[in-house]
Design a protein around this ligand. Sequence first.
Ligand SMILES: [Zn+2]
Length: 103
Amino acid sequence: MAFVRYYVGDVVKMKKSHPCGSAEWEVKRIGTDFTIVCRGCGHQVMLSRPKFEKAVKKIVIRSAEAEAAEAAKKEAASQAKVAAQTDVNISAPANTAGGDTVD
Ligand SMILES: [Zn+2]
């Protein structure tokens, strides 16, 4: 699997359910450690990134921030593509002045 980026506000489903019965957790803080909050009972847990990544089964809800970041990434990629294509036209010589002197 490719590297997955997580964002604050993401809701993830864990492989194991919490004792309260819910398996969905909301990401509250991202860093060296992740802070997640159980959506069933509000229990807060802090765990390291590797542990978090191992425990996650899937992302249930992408946060608005994540959507925006992913969209921006796509936008940047498509703009880079356009820039690369138009670059050919832009670099066409425009120095036609001074060549046609008539006696
Ligand atoms: Zn719980």
